[in-house]
Design a protein around this ligand. Sequence first.
Ligand SMILES: Cc1cc2nc3c(=O)[nH]c(=O)nc-3n(C[C@H](O)[C@H](O)[C@H](O)COP(=O)(O)OP(=O)(O)OC[C@H]3O[C@@H](n4cnc5c(N)ncnc54)[C@H](O)[C@@H]3O)c2cc1C
Length: 484
Amino acid sequence: MSNPRTVVIVGGGISGLATAFAIQEQAAAAGLSIRCTVLESGSSWGGKIVTHRVGDLVAEAGPDSFLSQKPAGLELCAKLGLTNQLINTNETGKKAFVLHGGRLHELPEGLVSFVPKQLGPFLRSGLLSWIGLARMGLDVVVPRGSSQGDESLASFFRRRFGSQAFDRVLEPLMAGIYAGDAEQMSLKATFPRFLELEQQYGSIIRGMMAAKKKQPPAPASGSPRTMFVSLRNGLGDLVTALTTRLTQQGVELRVGCQVDALRVRSHQPGRWKYDLILNDGSALSTESVVLATPAYVSAELLRPLTPIAGGLLEMIPYASTATVAMSYPANAVASAVEGFGFIVPRKEGRDLIAATWTSLKWPHRAPADQVLVRCYLGGVGREAILQLDDDQLVARVRAELSALCGIKAEPTYVEVNRWWKAMPQYTLGHLDRLTQLDAALSRYGGLVLTGAGYRGVGIPDCIRDGAIAAGQVVRYLSGQRTSL
Ligand SMILES: Cc1cc2nc3c(=O)[nH]c(=O)nc-3n(C[C@H](O)[C@H](O)[C@H](O)COP(=O)(O)OP(=O)(O)OC[C@H]3O[C@@H](n4cnc5c(N)ncnc54)[C@H](O)[C@@H]3O)c2cc1C
């Protein structure tokens, strides 16, 4: 029997682990024997996915859910036998609020989905003036922009819906996901669907209404998924299930193993050998390398091979954020919290970006007599607050919750998580940079990049991109040509 081909994946976040899983799956389908190793510099697996279970509390330090509309997350859960652990959001309390003028206003559904239903709730919400609403409606007549070039999120939505709707609702909803600055974010790289709707229908409102008509009716029985789903005991179970399965499949998983350098050992056409230099000074040889590390780490690893790729990767900025989770006795905050939580527009100039009433949004997050709350801070242009120590940060968050929602009670549990350089920013020109990156890496056989820094930050995006990276590795190791 011939020796197995070899691949090393650097980075044990969801991207690296999903890539390893997909390599096993695709290699088996291709009848190829591959020895796969995953190296993680930290002391645990999962990267940004970190679930803390404290007594009966389930506190997510990083992501708390994923989009069900993008199939890769649900599909991976099914393959890992986790489908029966999936939970929906609590639809009974499905309301969200936005801060405007120092007061929380309910977000009318039609305002978020761009499918106007009734004007009443819009007007009663007090969020937009008559003029603001009328300007939003002008979307149906505002001419199409150019499909060429790259437009910022802020420019696109102000052009289509006016400044009021953008500043008060769309900015915190859309830029907030990335902890980003909408003036710098590329529409094409973050929300390309809106550009497609504009090009196809000449209007977002008309496009969304047409899409809604085409939607198949919701199944009468079964358990339709809510827009976001999670796992009953936290997303950490996805990481545990993945690492357990990979170990069973013979994948070598090594934590506490940092890759300090990447070198080409030898190459002939179609047959490359790489050396990965580890933090203990040893070298690991392999035919294929997947870098599933943040772009700024991959930049340093690739710079000696290709300074162009190093330079392009370095141009992907990352924002730092913090989450502060607090648990309160339910009777001390009962009337202050309602719905899933609230978002804060940048224009409001507050410390918070958003707050989630975690135990109202999700089942199984806290015992009935407690309310678990999670607040988000930091992001592009607002990172200075992360310099505060934990006590100061918690004091600032408590002052915000007191001013905005009247929560004055003492929390019974507090947890601060800082996420330094954690959220990749797809700024103007991002997609062009990815094309140039592909070109710069095209001569290195079997060398592949994946991760949140490139084609989507959400968990399903990372899983899907990992499967694409796996396909490139398996085709390369099978001796077929790939674009990389
Ligand atoms: C606070 C927060 C909340 C979020 N909420 C959501 C959410 O609700 N839903 C959602 O879908 N997404 C959410 N996201 C985004 C999502 O969690 C991330 O984009 C995704 O988990 C990134 O996965 P990754 O594997 O690409 O990167 P990472 O998780 O960063 O993994 C990269 C790994 O590489 C390792 N590494 C780095 N350098 C080296 C080296 N030299 N050698 C070896 N290993 C190395 C790191 O230790 C890390 O484990 C959130 C992110 C944050 C920060």
